[in-house]
Design a protein around this ligand. Sequence first.
Ligand code: GLN
Length: 402
Amino acid sequence: MGPCPHEKNLFPVKPLAERTDDLRQSDIRAITQMVNAVDGINLGQGICDLPTPLPIKEAAKGAIDDNHAIYSHYAGIQGLREAILRKVQTYNHIPATSPDEIMVSVGSTGAFVSAMFALLEPGDEVILFEPFYGYHRNLLQLVNARLVFVPTQPPDWGIDFDALEAAITPRTKAVIINTPGNPSGKVWSQAELEELLVLLQEYDLYAITDEIYEYMLYDGRTHVSLASLPGAYERTITLSGLSKTYNMTGWRMGYAVAPAPLCEKMGLLNDLFFICAPTPLQHGAAAAFAMDDTYFGELQATYDQRRDLLCSTLGRIGFDVPWPQGAYYTFASFAPLASQRAGFEDARSACETLIQEAGVATVPGHSFFADPTDGRYFLRFCFAKEMPVLEQACAKLLAAFG
Ligand code: GLN
């Protein structure tokens, strides 16, 4: 982390760009380093260390052997874009009709960057629900968007539409949706999305919707894409990717779906930033879409089991646990422990206590709020782990705090 050059004048030359002043390593990454140093179990960063399915790995290896080594089209290889098109038509019910409406990028983060640059002028207001995924907030700040936060509350993290409408001004350009949500696990219902759409239409706003956790859904919930609602597609950029669904976070395979003229501009921006997503890995990614649908049932069972174990363990320790509706995080409050135990005064101390006493890493709650005090009693736990590792983490938590 360290001091930034503006503060300490570390470099005997002109200062770096002002936009770097507030940049710090994210807590998500810093915690990974802390827990690796003590050889602990990382339930912090949403790494997802389950195995990548074999057909995907074989296809990527084949593509490397076949010398698919040159740049691809800036929006991705045709076969992958066609496969994604079929997927978004059938799973997401998005009314896209051509691969020209699909752009493959370097992770859904790459797609998010292209979306921001396509839509936003400096000073445009963007609405973000709290708790938010920190990378959304930090990237939006980098393009000088003016952020307007709308809070949501546990256990359901429901949307207060009056507060949302009150947050809209003539300068509002876009609303950021994340369903299922990181860190809250909130899954937007069809009714909520319909209510949102009324506001988007009334005030002529765009939505950028990050749906990277779209296959992890609990208690019979279904995933609804905003872009599937009649009248929504023309003002919606849908982001997703293969990282979480196929356990390949380091491959950086993400994509955006948007109407062709908008998608074309995002593709041109993607070209400037990245030229293209890595070509041989795109060939691997295409194989994911040829896999049997039984994969998703198995994936769901995998996460049901892990959610049950982690949430019930945290409940036994005395955490207040809003069981997530989707995604693979538990965003739990340790407020009941704060007055009873030393080391649980705030999120940073609780995070350190868990690392020191149980060897288990989490992400402190303040990373997900504009005002850090709003997150002071929360920790985010990731349960995308191999079962024996998660069992060991839960056993260590129980031994230390049970
Ligand atoms: N999306 C994952 C998380 O929230 C990982 C992203 C990251 O490492 N920045 O932990």
